[in-house]
Write a protein of this length. Sequence first.
Length: 193
Amino acid sequence: MKDFVGLEHVDETIRKAIMNFSHYLTVGNMDEAYNSVRNIKNQTVWQNMAQMCVKTKRIDVAMVCLGNMRFARGAKATRETENEKELDARLAMVAIQLNMMDDAKELYKSCGRYDLLCKLHQSCGEWEEAINVATKYNRINLKNTHFLYAKHLETLGNIDMAIKHYIESGTQRTEVPRMLTALGVPERLQDFV
């Protein structure tokens, strides 16, 4: 089972504890689930259990797993999403911290948080997909997405595409002259104007 990948080399007591954890988690007995694994010190085990918690949508248990992983940054990022009203949006942040990007994208889609999905695509460098999501579901952020993509293209040195996306974002009057002046190509600026 892919939930237990990386646990091939653990001893029998840890394997039994994980099975008990999975069983008690499924039946909803949180106290017994935690009691079955509280003495485990293996980070891989805790990471796999946190991934199981994302799939079973148990954010409370996932927070315990992140704490036992000693993954302070991930626990902090997840705690900062507590004011999100959608459980799937909060679970998506846990999935991101566990590098489960496909699961996070599906969770954002399922709860209709296309703004966060667009940001996730942007941070993964999936700019075309971010623009597609913004075009279909999140029009309010479409110009901002084009602007951020243009900035990204500018840093890569892809000037023609950067100009195109600055135009799409509606910021070409200030950004294109700034960019072309900074690059020291006044003849391109003259052509653009």
